[in-house]
Design a protein around this ligand. Structure first.
Ligand SMILES: Nc1ncnc2c1ncn2[C@@H]1O[C@H](COP(=O)(O)OP(=O)(O)OP(=O)(O)O)[C@@H](O)[C@H]1O
Ligand SMILES: [Mg+2]
Length: 502
């Protein structure tokens, strides 16, 4: 429930003099803020206990009892409730309420007295409450700030600095910041924005840093691995895929997102890239993260599989929740078939995990874009391939002549810092017939090794030698490639515009 909804409900409960109210939240101070407003509005004194201060008035902060110890304060509350009508107390530091304990039983007794005397005890906690106690009252869940609240919050934090520092952000940028910071508490958001302001400006480029701020705050990324991506990473060819991605990137702008929401259209969920080994599937996942300037997380289906009943589902759930938490992000599932081919030997688990994953894929409201790659399509479950699961399925083939030329030029520039004439490129394209992108990369890397190790001059012969020596996968295992190709043609759209020459 958001701030206003929580307030409405608490108002009702306080007016009804419900004897016990638990507010479930990790943001104590936000819950206190709601109660403070209600105390003034309803003209109802509310007293708050904390271990550090004792008992104070929620509005004036005046100390009403210096009792800090929880048992001591329960004594105090018990007495007050007997003698004062409508006494209202808030416990913010009560532990041991999760099960039957000395504290929870004592509180239980006091709540029973409160019921007779119109008193109310409110507990602010992020943990569950002992069932017997909970049954005496009501529970309210105060959620983390939603996008709207964050937008107002961020604007409020920045407002005093308008005119003093350079603020490049327009309204859309503030909205974008709100979306990015979704999942953080009010205090965390204040801290993040304040530290941006402290450097003297709010620039457009800060929004990119903001996307990465969350994952540095979140140390326990269970089930996910953060992948650092070289922002200049490039891949040759695969024009169709590139175009599709450029087109979808436009939809990431906040105004476009609003338009889609108004039309009831879901943002793009993700793609599945299948194809020949070494032709840029994994590379594409990284390139998307770099291009869209989003953090990249790797989810390994094989490692989320646990040994015990229900463990796999639980671990997958946690991993997906983490991905939502660190959103906006790219969630990369590399070689999805490996994790799904029944690694645990139990196809029931696998099926449940696919079901769980697909359900999440459809229901997830956060900005998590999934890039799944697959190598061995024979092991892919049919549910995964059904239309409408992923936005698109791309097939990556061996690079065509034009693509090979691009990849060759890319690595010549990168590893050898050379530019060569078209004639020679054409010769290398001819020599690399049947090569995967990875074959080309390793050839040119090999030449770079020789150059660095022996300080030799580059000659055409070195290239011809190295390229001719390479035995590509299409030569060692042509049947495998044929099989993947035949499948790709039928099921997926080609990632490239070119027709492969081999
Ligand atoms: N289109 C390309 N452009 C540039 N480099 C490429 C391309 N395709 C492959 N490479 C090079 O080959 C390497 C291996 O590619 P990548 O890991 O993306 O292959 P893959 O399709 O995921 O293969 P596998 O199925 O074996 O996982 C890359 O790191 C990159 O150096
Ligand atoms: Mg790969």
């Amino acid at each position: 429930m958001n701030y206003e909804e929580t307030k409405t409900l608490l108002r009702q409960y306080l007016l009804a003099r419900i004897p016990f109210i638990s507010i479930n939240t990790i943001e104590k101070s936000r819950a206190i803020d709601v109660l403070k407003e209600l105390s003034s509005e309803l003209n109802l004194p509310i007293h708050v206990h904390s271990m550090s201060k004792g008992v104070t008035d929620i509005v004036t902060n005046d100390l009403v009892s210096d009792e800090k110890n929880i048992m001591g304060v329960l004594d105090y509350i018990g007495e007050q409730i007997k003698v004062k009508e409508n006494a209202t107390f808030v416990l913010t530091d009560a532990s041991e309420l999760g099960t039957e304990s000395l504290v929870s039983r004592y509180l239980n007794d006091i709540v029973t007295i409160a019921e007779e005397k119109g008193g109310t005890i409110i507990v602010i906690t992020s943990s569950p409450i002992w069932t017997n106690l909970q049954r005496l009252g009501m529970n309210v869940e105060l959620a983390l700030p939603d996008e709207k609240e964050l937008y107002t919050l961020i604007k409020n934090v920045a407002a005093p600095y308008q005119g003093q520092i350079t603020v490049e952000w327009d309204d859309n940028n503030f909205k974008e910041a709100a979306t990015i910071l979704l999942g953080l508490s009010e205090i965390e958001v204040r801290n993040v924005i304040s530290s941006l302001i402290a450097k003297g400006s709010l620039l457009k480029e800060d929004l990119v840093d903001l996307k990465f701020a969350k994952d540095s705050m979140f140390s326990d990324i269970s089930g996910l691995e953060k992948i650092d991506v070289d922002p200049t990473i490039a891949f040759g060819g695969l024009e169709n895929l590139k175009e599709w991605l450029d087109e979808k990137k436009k939809l990431l702008a906040p105004d476009k997102k609003e338009q889609m929401m108004a039309r009831g259209i879901k943002p793009p969920r993700g793609i599945l890239i299948v194809g020949v080994p070494g032709c840029g599937k994994s590379l594409s996942a990284k390139a998307i993260a770099a291009k869209w300037q989003m953090p990249l997380y790797l989810l390994d289906f094989a490692t989320v599989q646990g040994r015990y009943v229900g463990q796999s589902e639980q671990q997958l759930k946690e991993a997906l929740e983490t991905a939502e938490y660190v959103s906006p992000c790219i969630l990369w599932i590399d070689e999805i078939e490996k994790g799904l081919s029944g690694a645990s030997g139990d196809s029931g688990v696998t099926n449940r995990m696919i079901g769980q994953f697909l359900f999440w894929l459809q229901e997830c409201k956060k900005e998590v874009f999934v890039v799944a790659t697959a190598n061995d399509i024979n092991n892919l479950p049919a549910e995964l391939l059904r239309k409408g699961r992923f936005d698109e399925m791309f097939f990556v083939d061996l690079p065509s002549e034009v693509e090979r030329a691009e990849i060759i030029k890319l690595y010549l520039a990168k590893y050898l810092n050379v530019k060569v004439g078209d004639d020679f490129i054409n010769q290398l394209v001819e020599l690399s017939k049947g090569f995967a992108g990875s074959d080309i990369e390793s050839c040119i890397r090999e030449i770079a090794y020789q150059v660095v190790a022996n300080n030799i001059q580059l000659t055409q012969n070195i290239f011809v030698d190295t390229f001719s020596k390479t035995v590509s996968l299409s030569k060692t295992n042509p049947e495998k490639i044929e099989k993947i190709r035949a499948w790709g043609k039928e099921h997926a759209i080609s990632a490239t515009k070119q027709k492969s020459s081999i």
